[in-house]
Design a protein around this ligand. Structure first.
Ligand SMILES: [Fe+2]
Length: 501
């Protein structure tokens, strides 16, 4: 473990840039002419371009119920929203210019606005009238070579409030600052003077006292960068952990004392046309789990778990004997490598078969999978009461289930880690359920006393809905449903910024 100075940081960036130096050879040519404007009833509605770089309305139809008293604040989301430009089109769901959505919940009304994050790449592509550079899983003819970790940054994955700003997050480069009210882009977030573009993951973790931890990965350099940020948003340090296998890692988890990084069996192995094509699925390669102490990042333990792949983690906690237990949602490598490309070709991919999985890292150095829930499969976007981050949390919430005639999930599920009981609500065969956040009821004392809030695309109606559910009774269906007068492109992650009712 090394505390980084400016020289180390610059080395890190050049390494990342080097591996991203891709040629356009072998790219797929797709014409937007192949994708005429879609009408309600078509499941591909959520994979089209946003209808404009700015969205906004106070005219949100209340279909059902009332906004619960105590649920006042702003619900932000992020996701790719411009997927084709000129005759070029992204080829993977993870690519596309990010758009931040803001739902403001008042006494009995909701307003919405959305705004594209004006990244360097967005402005370059807009000027050129085409997609000019390769991306996570996209390659174009005659790509502009990357000049930094931010030249392909689309700030399209998640959003978090840090200090007085929202940060629109990617993972291969910097966060972008976004205004909390107007959603105007305020530029790249620089954590320290002279610090260049660095990988900064889309899944920072926040301690109960507000301290933020995050990582950036240099998969080819086999190292992780660890960020520590104060509750007020001040940068407290960047450290490097070396000799970390280059498994494609998107998320991590933490206990009160430790950070836990799980390196999948999808390993950086070769030069590629786009970033994803640099990775190879190695089905006999064990997953490596690297655990470091928060108070001394040089104190490290390594574990092995069976070969696998996952995007997202639930919570982690430590037993009295020091064993670490954590949960995550598995996925199939084919789903990442080809399935999430298929949806951009408007073809239905094979299900990801995502499982809610729990594992233990024992003090004796052994690790094992302790349970795997297959009921109502294809689980993703695990969430829990974040007041319990790092401690035992009994309940985990996922979106899941799938219909075989179209991709992705339509149900929201609640998993009781202690009993294995599962409660669910299915939005129906014409719905895509997106991530639902758990919002604790103010002054609540029970872990599950609160609401789930999330968006659902009803492609039959041709609108995106905002849904609010009672987290203790999700099988009863939403307490309240609001209908936007337009479709929002399907996105990824969100955050909640509450205000006093
Ligand atoms: Fe994610």
């Amino acid at each position: 473990m090394t505390h980084l100075n400016r020289r180390h940081v610059l080395t890190g960036v050049s390494a990342f840039t080097g591996l991203a130096a891709m040629s356009g050879a072998g790219c797929i040519n797709i014409s937007t002419q192949d994708f005429p404007q879609r009408q309600p009833g078509d499941w591909t509605l959520g994979f089209q371009n946003t209808s404009g770089p700015f969205l906004g309305t106070n005219q949100i139809n209340r279909v059902k119920g009332r906004i619960p008293k105590g649920l006042r604040g702003d619900f932000y989301r992020n996701g790719p929203a411009i997927r084709h430009r000129g005759n070029t089109r992204v080829q993977h769901w993870f690519d596309g210019d990010g758009m931040v959505q803001k739902f403001s919940l008042g006494e009995d009304r909701i307003s919405h606005k959305g705004r594209i994050v004006e990244t360097e790449k967005y402005l370059t592509d807009k000027e050129a009238g085409r997609i000019t550079s390769n991306g996570f899983g996209t390659s174009v003819d005659n790509p502009t070579p990357p000049t930094s970790a931010d030249s392909a940054n689309q700030a399209n994955t998640s959003i978090i409030k840090v200090g007085d700003d929202l940060l629109a997050l990617w993972e291969g480069g910097s966060a972008y600052r976004v205004d909390l009210e107007t959603l105007e882009t305020k530029g790249v977030k620089s954590w320290a003077e002279g610090m260049p573009a660095m990988p900064f993951s889309a899944h920072p973790k926040v301690e109960a006292n507000g301290t933020i931890w995050n990582f950036g990965q240099d998969a080819f350099g086999k190292r992780l960068f660890i960020y520590k940020i104060s509750p007020s948003g001040d940068f407290q340090g960047l450290s490097e952990i070396a000799d970390v296998p280059g498994g494609l890692m998107h998320d991590f988890c933490m206990t009160d004392k430790h950070l836990i990084f799980m390196l999948p069996s999808l390993r950086a192995s070769k030069q590629g046309v786009d970033y994803l094509s640099c990775f190879t699925w190695m089905p006999s390669e064990a997953q490596r789990v690297v655990v470091v102490e928060k108070n001394d990042l040089s104190k490290r333990r390594d574990f092995e778990l069976p070969p696998g792949l996952q995007f997202h983690f639930g919570n982690a906690y430590e037993e009295k004997n020091g064993d670490i237990r954590f949960s995550f949602c598995t996925t199939e490598p084919e789903f990442l490598l080809t399935g999430l490309k298929e949806v951009l070709l408007e073809r239905v991919p094979a299900p990801a078969k995502g499982r809610v999985t729990q594992a233990v890292l024992r003090m004796n150095g052994r690790a094992e999978i302790t349970s795997e829930i297959s009921q109502m499969g294809d689980h993703e976007f695990p969430q829990f009461n974040q007041n319990y981050t790092g401690q035992f949390a009994r309940y985990l919430y996922t979106v899941g289930q799938n219909h075989m005639d179209r991709p992705l999930q339509s149900a929201i599920l609640r998993h009781d880690i202690e009993t294995g009981d599962v409660q669910s609500f299915d939005y129906g065969k014409t719905a895509f359920a997106e991530e639902h956040l758990f919002i604790p009821r103010p002054s609540s004392t029970d872990e599950d006393d609160g609401w789930l809030i999330g968006t659902v695309l009803d492609f039959a109606k041709g609108s995106t809905q905002l849904n609010i559910l009672d987290a203790q009774h999700i099988s009863d269906g939403p307490l309240a449903v609001f209908d936007l007068p337009y479709v929002l492109p399907l996105g990824f992650h969100g955050t909640w910024v509450g205000r006093r009712a």
